[in-house]
Structures are given as C-alpha cells and as structure tokens.
Design a protein around this ligand. Structure first.
Ligand code: NAD
Ligand code: ZN
Length: 342
C-alpha cells in the first residue's frame, strides 16, 4: 500500500510502498478515506528538534483520519466491517493511575499515532479497537477526518463556562477557529480573536468572532476592544510567546485561560501578576477519552456547522502541495484524500 513515511532525521517525507499492516486480535484494520494535516505532521516533515527527539523512524505519520473498518481482530467485540470510524490518537497505557481512574487524557505513557506508532497517512491503518470512535451516519467526511482537532477545540472551549461571558482567543488556526465556533454556539456574549494572518481572521469571523485583531499591527488590549474590565475567558491557541503575554494582560481580574498552544521554547512568566489578579490558567492536552468525543457528536447534532474550517483538499499523491499549503499558515484544515471522492 502507499503511505507517507518519515525515514530518519532531517527534512522530508517519503510517499512510498509499505507492507499492509497486520491487525492483532485486539485491533481493527481500517481503509483510510481522508486525513487531516496537523501542525504535528508539519513538524515531523521539517524534522525539528521535537520531531528528532520524539519520532521513532521509519514511521508512517498522521493521526487525523476517517476511514472504514475492513477487518476486526478475533478478540474485538462490538465493531463491524463497514463502520465509519476515526480514533483517539493518544494510545494510552491502561495501567497508570490516571488510566485506571478513567482519566486517560492524563496518561503519563501515552503513545501518539503517527509519532511512536504507525499512523494514518496511508491506505490502511491497524490500531487498537479501544481507541476507535464510530461516527454517526451523515457526518460529513471532511469533518470526520479532523475529529481529533475538533476535539482539541471542544476540550478548550468547554473548560470554563462561556454563556454571557467575554472571550479572547489568540490564534485562529484550524483549532482556534473551531474553538471560536464552539464558544459562539455556547452563547458567549463577545468573542474577540487575534491572529497574524488576515485570511485566518476571516476564518475566525466565519466561525462567529465578533471582533478580530491583526496581531503585530493592532493592539491586543482589552480597553481598545471595548472591555475596560478585561476579558472573562481566554483561549491561547497560537503557541506564540507574545500572544500569551498579551492574552494574560487582557484578562479581567479573576479571568480564566485555557492554554492549548505549544511554544517552541520556554517563555518567561510574571507569576506575581497571575497571583495578584487571581488568574486561572488551565493547560489542555488532547481530548477527554471519550467524553469530548461524545460532546462533539452532540454539538454536530445541535447544528454546529464546521464546514468553514476545511478550506483545501488534495489527493494523497499531491501530498507535497498539501503540506506546503498547510505550512503557509493561511488556510483552514487541509485534507488529504486516500480514496477517490464520489
Ligand atoms: P496553527 O499553527 O495552524 O495556528 C496557530 C495560529 O496562531 C496561526 O494562525 C498563527 O498565525 C497564529 N499566531 C502566531 N503568532 C500569533 C500572535 N502573536 N498573535 C495571535 N496569533 C498568532 O495551529 P493549530 O493547528 O490551530 O493549533 C493551535 C495550537 O495548539 C498550536 O500551538 C499547536 O501546536 C497546539 N496544539 C496543542 C495540542 C495539545 O494537545 N495541547 C494539540 C493540538 C495542537
Ligand atoms: Zn496510562
């Protein structure tokens, strides 16, 4: 089968023939239909310091996918060939304290699909049945392909109550934009979003942002945005150090921040400012397994429309163009098709 493979250190990927994965008795084999390109995949393509440290090679990369089950292992119950599925991309150890207390998103030993285990940028993927999420009929395939990223957005947006609150979002990449859409759906009174890229600010407006701020050109100050008291809730979705400090400065006393963004390096923090203004800063990793996934279904059932978030799709053979588009940082989610679109 064809797959996108990281061979070793340095930049690049290889679109190559690799053996079909063989599912063990607790696995399912999935025919991959569509995959989403995530920042993680771009880092693995670049071969940055994180990737060099973390990705064992050779490795089939990718974790955002939708596909169809084609085979179930002898020890698997409750799953059937033909079901449309995605999966939780953090494969947990099931023996640490958090896993055993059903807080799998806090597993200390989780392995990443497409990072430490062969992933989804391939025609077929074998993975543990317990990680599989079965979609409802009717979910758009492009949305299903990015359920993992949608889950990050929902995990952030549902960390603090939002109804009638003011929300400031730094970073309108695909995940920041989807978190904006969830905040609008949850009834936030005012949502302001900052980004460097005008087209990403447009994405944020399509998601339901009331105000947008072009970072670096316009001030990200609460007063300038008509919020003299500061914002109630912040979502840090950029990983950019100056966005992080601007966000902290723009919060109300007692404000609450959910942080998803991952800076490349350590960022100095003024702890006394956090103490004296009684800010709450909550780190967010992954998705709650599977609470967040159930919430995603509920949001779609309630009519949350994510069609704005997917802006580009490419045949997997054109993966280089797809990666270049995603790396430009102006698009929404970029989808790779591993099977023809009907
Ligand atoms: P992305 O890189 O597509 O989007 C980040 C956005 O931040 C970009 O549009 C960029 O222009 C913007 N940005 C950069 N500097 C800025 C500034 N000073 N002010 C405002 N905006 C600025 O990323 P994404 O896929 O949407 O993911 C969002 C973040 O979440 C990334 O940092 C990613 O690494 C991180 N992430 C974390 C987890 C987790 O489990 N914690 C999971 C997925 C992604
Ligand atoms: Zn664990």
């Amino acid at each position: 089968m064809k797959a996108l493979v990281k061979r070793g250190p340095g930049e690049g990927l290889d679109y190559a023939d690799v053996p079909l994965p063989v599912p063990d008795r607790h696995d399912v084999l999935v025919r991959v239909l569509r995959t989403g390109i995530c920042g993680t995949d771009l880092h693995i393509f670049e071969g940055n310091a994180w990737a060099a440290r973390t990705v064992s090679t050779p490795r089939v990369i990718g974790h955002e996918f939708v596909g169809e089950i084609v085979e179930v292992g002898a020890g698997v119950g409750g799953l059937l060939p033909g079901q449309l599925v995605s999966a939780e991309g953090h494969l947990t150890c099931n023996s640490c304290v958090n896993c055993r207390a059903d807080r799998k998103h806090l597993c200390r030993a989780a392995e990443g699909l497409g990072v430490q285990r062969d992933g989804a940028f391939a025609e077929y993927l074998a993975l543990p049945a317990e990680s599989v999420w079965v979609h409802r009929p009717g979910v758009p395939l492009d949305v299903a392909a990015m359920f993992d990223a949608f889950g990050n957005a929902v995990h952030v947006a549902d960390t603090f109550p939002l109804r009638d609150r003011t929300v400031l979002v730094t970073g309108a990449g695909p995940i920041g934009a989807m978190a904006t859409a969830v905040a609008a759906h949850r009834g936030a009174r005012l949502i302001a979003v900052s980004d460097l890229s005008p087209s990403r600010l447009q994405l944020a407006r399509r998601a339901g942002a009331h105000l947008t701020v072009q970072a670096g050109q316009e001030p990200l100050e609460a007063a300038a945005l008509g919020q003299e008291q500061g914002f109630d809730v912040g979502f840090e979705m950029s990983g950019n150090p100056s966005a992080q400090s601007d966000l902290i400065a723009a919060m109300a006393h007692g404000g609450r921040i959910a942080v998803l963004g991952l800076p490349d390096e350590e960022v100095p923090t003024d702890w006394s400012d956090i103490s004296l203004r009684m800010l709450t800063i909550q780190g967010i990793s992954g998705r709650k397994v599977f609470d967040t996934w159930h919430t995603m279904n509920t949001l779609l059932d309630e009519g949350l429309d994510l069609s704005f978030a997917v802006t580009d799709h490419f045949d997997a053979r054109d993966w280089e163009k797809a990666f270049a588009t995603a790396a430009q940082g102006d698009s929404g989610k970029v989808i790779l098709d591993w099977a023809p679109r009907d």
